[in-house]
Design a protein around this ligand. Structure first.
Ligand SMILES: [Ca+2]
Length: 84
């Protein structure tokens, strides 16, 4: 792999590992609950006020099943970084 491809791969792997680690806390590692998202945000020293977490969570939970899949999580991050 080219160096640039490798760094993209590493970045994606980091995001996936991070998702998996937090999503697995309730024993269901395919999806993240609001509590698990709160833990993830806390881990990265992001805003942890309840209404902010709820805002992120609702933004991510496209199908409204109260769980976040890796696809929903990535789709939200992609939208977020469009503005950067
Ligand atoms: Ca969902």
């Amino acid at each position: 792999m080219e160096k640039k491809e490798l760094s993209i791969f590493n970045a994606m792997k980091f995001l996936k590992d991070c998702f998996d680690e937090h999503a697995a806390k309730d024993g269901e590692k395919a999806t993240m609950t609001k509590k698990e998202l709160a833990d993830l945000l806390f881990f990265f020293h992001f805003q942890t006020e309840n209404h902010i977490i709820a805002q992120y969570f609702d933004g991510m939970d496209k199908d409204g099943d109260e769980k976040i899949t890796f696809t929903e999580y990535m789709s939200y991050l992609t939208k977020l970084f469009e503005g950067f």
